[in-house]
Design a protein around this ligand. Structure first.
Ligand code: OSB
Ligand code: MG
Length: 369
């Protein structure tokens, strides 16, 4: 049984080691909300991946903090649940806000796995001890800088390079990178910056052997993606517009995309992420695990999810040291030759660096029944 005795909310601000530019803006730091659920002698950890401003999807950090403090945690504290799914069901009457609900659900999975003394990946049904990873590279000032940053990451062994693109910065970087590296697995991510009026521009990308084009059209669209897919040879990959297994089913049934980027928090947690994975497998569609510039807590969750067998394309969960001078967890999460080892301890297999986190915390609150 899963008994929730207490909870802690911590919010830290981490400077990013690189400037991350996408079609929706520039990021130089990350605000990371962390949740600790206290059970019987063990603690479960999770990280919120909603952002300061609703640029990727609609959820925000202040919105999530409000829901956790005033709505979700009061429903869970002092209660006992049969398993993480039963705990998640206790929040089932609430609409949307999947990233906020996922914070509770993911911490419950970590807590449950630690209680059972098994790695989370094993509990979810995964069987790998390392997962293949690539990198997501932000928009660079010019083509030379793009080729340069790609070269550095290819040399580190990353198994796929993803370039962020936007209208006016798409064919040029892709052509430059493809000329320099004819054989690498290459993809692009537009974060919803295009419309069907740009079909010609996107069709020009068909020449460069991309594994997929990620989320070219609106964040909440499936229908226009299906129209676009009918006009392109390159597979589309859905990210923003899949918030559930039902969305995945509709997207694949419509041929709105042929690949799915699974982000565990975007779909509301591990149980729903596994349903997206299972559904995609039934359609014969590959999935891969996306990232949201996570700290070590969210990164460890992503690694465990990626051990499921349908994750057949490299994910975005690259080495933590690429992002942070100091991480919030004690264990290094480092890929070698494009393979990220799965932490072997119980649960997500990482522990909070309390000294560091409490020293920099902008929010530190405790909750009791
Ligand atoms: O679209 O996959 C995305 C980061 C923030 C928001 C959206 C996305 C991303 C990334 C970075 O691509 C992936 C990572 O390195 O964690
Ligand atoms: Mg994306």
């Amino acid at each position: 049984m899963l008994r929730i005795h207490a909870a802690e909310l911590l919010v830290v601000r981490l400077p990013l080691k690189f400037r991350f530019e996408t079609s929706f803006g520039v990021q130089t730091e990350k605000v990371v909300p962390l949740l600790v659920l206290h059970g019987d002698g063990v603690q479960g950890l999770s990280e919120g991946t909603m952002e300061f401003a609703p640029m990727y999807r609609e959820e925000t950090i202040v919105g999530a903090l409000h829901l956790l403090r005033e709505v979700f945690l009061p429903r869970l504290l002092g209660q006992t649940f049969a398993n993480p799914e039963a705990l998640h069901d206790a929040l089932g009457s609430f609409r949307g806000n999947r990233m906020a609900r996922a914070m509770v659900e993911m911490a419950a999975w970590d807590l449950w796995a630690r209680m059972l003394n098994v790695p989370l990946g094993t509990l979810l049904g995964g069987r790998r001890n390392s997962v293949e990873v690539g990198v997501s590279l932000g928009i660079q000032p010019d083509e030379a800088a793009t080729v340069d940053v790609v070269r550095r990451h290819v040399e580190q062994g990353y198994r796929r390079i993803k370039l962020k693109i936007r209208p006016g910065w798409d064919v040029q970087p892709v052509r430059a990178v493809r000329e320099a590296f004819p054989d690498i697995r290459l993809t692009v991510d537009a974060n919803s910056a295009y419309t069907l009026a740009d079909t010609g521009r996107l069709r020009a990308l068909d020449e460069y052997g991309l594994t997929y084009i990620e989320q070219p059209l609106a964040w909440d669209d499936l229908v226009d993606h299906a129209t676009l897919q009918g006009r392109l040879r390159t597979p589309l990959c859905l990210d923003e517009s899949v918030a559930s297994a039902q969305d995945a089913r509709k997207g694949l049934a419509l041929d709105a995309g042929r690949v799915i980027n699974v982000k565990v928090a975007r779909v509301g947690g591990h149980a729903e992420a596994r349903r997206v994975h299972d559904l995609a497998q039934a359609f014969g569609a590959p999935v891969w695990c996306g990232g949201m510039l996570e700290s070590g807590v969210g990164r460890a969750h992503n690694i465990h999810l990626s051990t499921l067998p349908g994750f057949t394309l490299p994910g975005d969960t690259s080495s933590a040291s690429r992002y942070w001078e100091t991480d919030v967890v004690n264990e290094p999460l480092e890929a070698h030759d494009g393979l990220m080892p799965v932490p072997t301890g119980p649960g997500i297999g990482v522990t909070l660096n309390r000294d560091f986190v409490e020293r920099i915390a902008e929010v530190q609150e405790e909750f009791h029944p």
